[in-house]
Design a binder for this molecule. Sequence first.
Ligand code: FAQ
Length: 330
Amino acid sequence: MTTTAQPAASAAQTSPLDEDALAGLAAAFDAALAADSRIEPRDWMPDAYRATLVRQMAQHAHSEIIGMQPEANWITRAPSLRRKAILMAKVQDEAGHGLYLYSAAETLGVDRDELLDKLHAGRQRYSSIFNYPTLTWADVGAIGWLVDGAAITNQVPLCRCSYGPYARAMVRICKEESFHQRQGYELLLALSRGTPAQHDMAQDAVNRWWWPSLMMFGPPDDESAHSAQSMAWKIKRHSNDELRQRFVDICVPQAEVLGLTLPDPDLRWNESRGAHDYGPIDWTEFQEVLRGNGPCNEQRLERRKAAHERGAWVREAATAYAAKHREEEA
Ligand code: FAQ
């Protein structure tokens, strides 16, 4: 969508628009969606579209930075220098993803500090998956294979999201996520082909991470409050259940190569659907995690708040440095 054809969002918000002008802007927005072009920050957009993007992008950004914690737990205990270097790079990548996403959210007129305050106050969500503990080294592999695998399945379609800055951030993020997924797969393969104890450790990790990974895609379609509208706005391109099914179908042959089983007795190929059937997901557990009652909710949020407080001096120094340079330039 061009940014010159219509008034910038800020202008539209400060000067009251008459009904005809507003109808024209809404029609231009609808036409841009219909033509599959991108909505850019200076374009007019409905308030609800903006609010939906802020909600999803903030939740996504928060997930990336809270998602550093479960794996960071293993950096000091990685079994070799190679594994440690890979894991440190991966955890750093997640921080970077958070930064791209907070920056992209800021193009919608929200402030990063405000989003972080809401996260810390429990007023914005982060992904349910990061409230589970990493009990053994194999969990690092299971997170890479399953959690990053689920993240990519969900995020590749977001590269075609109607909001330009979000879509562009996702292109870069997805490239890095596929490296993350591969490293997890390779780690699990090494364990699975190792000693019987290592194989059992890998199997145990997959048993614990499989069902929470399926929950990452969100509630079933008939209980998904936002899907219909988000799909109409082309923010989401597929429903939660469609992406979950795609993920299951990808994982089944990969598990076979790994020599590991997926912990679902109902998992089987359905010839007529051309897809795998899978067993019922425990949505009560999902709702409990969302309510703050998962195994690690409290610990994750406390660590995040402590890290934020400890980083205050860095933010102050960066602000002072920027102010000094502005003065010099002036
Ligand atoms: N966890 O109506 P829907 C990663 C909430 S990044 C917590 O279906 P929507 C990388 C939802 O917010 C992982 N809450 O919602 C990594 C809504 O609540 P509200 C994060 C959830 O937005 C890997 C309510 O339930 N990825 O893993 C969850 O249309 C390894 C109703 O749900 C993204 O954020 C959940 N799983 O669809 C990092 C991707 N699911 O606001 C470190 C972008 C739903 O009404 C290590 N987000 N809820 O109170 C999306 O694609 C969507 O937001 C969905 C949910 C699909 C997550």
